[in-house]
Design a protein around this ligand. Structure first.
Ligand code: NAP
Length: 510
């Protein structure tokens, strides 16, 4: 066995992993290594190459605050441009030098004797294990595709593709195609496919709420202004941020305040579809905001096209060449696109991380659902920080803002523990329980609990464990400083209580 030693191992080279690396290097934590199974930086923005893939958070906010981009070509960016941006930022900070691509972490195990993480890896090189003092999990919640458990799907002989594993070599032109799902991915894929396929069946289980998308190309003069007028980009970021936070207020505290948003969605249906029956089929039956509010100008006109059918009957099974609905109708198809989302609260990644006593993250969370402290640290998993961990997801604004908040917390943890000579840091069960209970209490009046929908924000017990409730600036404030009192720490060979006292003294004097 060949082992590579490093102080900090980061798993994942997407927005969060790359952001972590940049912040670490800036703060003199240069002994780090990123491991990623892909070929370059980008994470979800590298993997989702389906036609029409784009972001529904405006470009100026969906970017790092420390790497603003005056050259965005559109008000909302599309996947190729975001992928390019992430790789440009990585190149500007020379992060590839500390990154192993084509390297998959198959297991991460906490080794109590050495107070380190041991990562089993498979990759191009001859190293098969990485040992790190600190593990940063940066794989994100939207990395493991959810393949629908539909009877007979494995017997389908045609092209079967998940939205996040697109096959760009397959030519859909003139084909009979089924798209299963009507979430954020499907509403971008369907309008593009409809332009080239022979016939398209769209299988809708739950109609989503969709507002118009105000996307437009930037004029050269605007790009000039972004580049040359000091503070302009910050002003735009701030304006978008503030507008989005007002939606958070409605979602968390007063769902009825979202009625104007619902009116906007209803007008979008009215404008896009003439047929009354179809309008009824696409009108959601749950409160707006309960699931992610989608953005599209093309979805409804596409459903009204002659070569597109909306199918709302339940799918009973799939045969070698057709989708059979519950009413017995056979819908022959050449290709099936499953735009059915991701394993978020039940990710297979959780089976591969083993903390104190060898207990996996999956087992730790099996009874009570995903729990953590400030979305980052988990009791039973010392020296490990998860980026976009439990209760950090958003439905209303930029995840990059949440990631940067977590990076502040991560860096303060590293600085303080380095200064105090702390070798082992574990959030206490009590702190984690109190934090999780407070979040659940906050959710009580929210649209996610009371809105009458099922979504990936919920776990199998119906608890909302993937989502941050409330304003994101509250999360920013909560993660501003590493609050060591919530942690049990060890300094070398000293017992925990003594170490905490020493650490507190060191930190107090810092
Ligand atoms: P999603 O929002 O979870 O949507 C999955 C869709 O598949 C839903 O319509 C769901 O129906 C349907 N579905 C799942 N299992 C099914 C089954 N067995 N039979 C029939 N239908 C089934 O997944 P997604 O569209 O990939 O989006 C996931 C997240 O990725 C988004 O919420 C967003 O955070 C992110 N994303 C963002 C963008 C963007 O910025 N524009 C684009 C893509 C993705 P039900 O609603 O009935 O469950």
């Amino acid at each position: 066995m060949t082992t590579h030693d490093v102080e900090i191992a980061i798993v994942g080279a997407g927005f969060s992993g790359l952001g972590a690396a940049i912040r670490l290097a800036q703060d003199d934590f240069t002994d780090y290594l990123i491991l990623d199974r892909g070929a370059d930086f980008g994470g979800t923005w590298r993997d989702n190459t389906y036609p029409g893939a784009a972001c529904d958070v405006p470009s100026h906010l969906y970017s790092y605050s420390f790497a603003q981009n005056p050259d965005w070509t559109r008000s909302y960016s599309h996947q190729p441009e975001i992928h390019r941006y992430i790789n440009d930022v990585a190149a500007a900070h020379d992060i590839a030098a500390n990154t192993w691509f084509h390297t998959e972490v198959t297991k991460a195990t906490w080794d109590e004797a050495t107070e380190t993480w041991l990562l089993d890896i498979t990759g191009d090189g001859d190293v098969d294990q990485v040992r790190a003092r600190v593990l940063v999990g940066a794989v994100g919640p939207l990395c493991e595709p959810n393949l629908p458990d539909i009877d007979g799907i494995e017997s389908f002989d045609g092209q079967l593709v998940h939205s996040a594993r697109w096959d760009n070599d397959y030519d859909f032109t003139g084909k009979r195609v089924a798209v299963i799902g009507t979430g954020a991915s499907a509403i971008q894929i369907v309008p593009q496919l409809a332009k080239t396929v022979g016939h398209l069946d769209v299988y809708q289980r739950t109609a989503p709420w969709i507002i118009p998308r105000t996307e437009r190309p930037y004029l050269p003069v605007e790009n000039w202004a972004f580049k040359n007028i000091p503070g302009l980009q910050n002003l735009i970021r701030g304006t978008i941020y503030t507008a989005n936070e007002s939606v958070a207020a409605g979602m968390t505290y007063a769902p009825t305040a979202l009625k104007p948003v619902e009116a906007l969605c209803r007008a979008n249906i009215f404008r896009g579809i003439r047929d009354r029956g179809l309008r009824e089929q696409v009108t959601p039956t749950f409160a707006v905001g309960c699931k992610r509010i989608l953005k599209s100008n093309e979805w409804y006109p596409t459903l009204a096209r002659d070569n597109v059918d909306l199918v709302t009957d339940r799918i009973a099974r799939i045969t070698s060449n057709a989708v059979i609905t519950a009413d017995g109708t056979e819908h022959p198809v050449d290709a099936i696109v499953v735009a059915t989302g991701f394993h978020v609260t039940d990710s297979p990644v959780f089976d591969t991380i083993h903390g104190v006593g060898g207990t996996s993250l999956a087992d730790t969370w099996s009874a009570g659902g995903m729990k953590g402290y400030k979305g980052t640290f988990i009791h039973g998993f010392p020296n490990m920080a998860l980026l976009i961990g439990p209760s950090t997801g958003l439905g209303h604004t930029s995840m990059v803002y949440m990631i940067e908040s977590q990076l502040n917390y991560l860096l303060d943890y590293l600085r303080k523990t380095r200064k105090a000579g702390i070798t082992r840091t574990e959030v206490t069960k009590d702190a984690q329980e109190r934090y999780s209970a407070a979040l659940q209490k906050k959710l009580k009046n929210s649209v996610w609990v009371n809105g009458g929908c099922a979504s990936w924000y919920q776990d199998e017990h119906g608890n909302i464990t993937a989502l941050w409730p409330g304003f994101t600036f509250n999360f920013r404030n909560a993660t501003r400083r590493f609050d060591i009192a919530a942690y049990a720490v060890t300094t070398g060979t000293l017992p925990a209580a003594e170490a905490t006292a020493i650490s507190d003294a060191v930190i107090a004097s810092a």
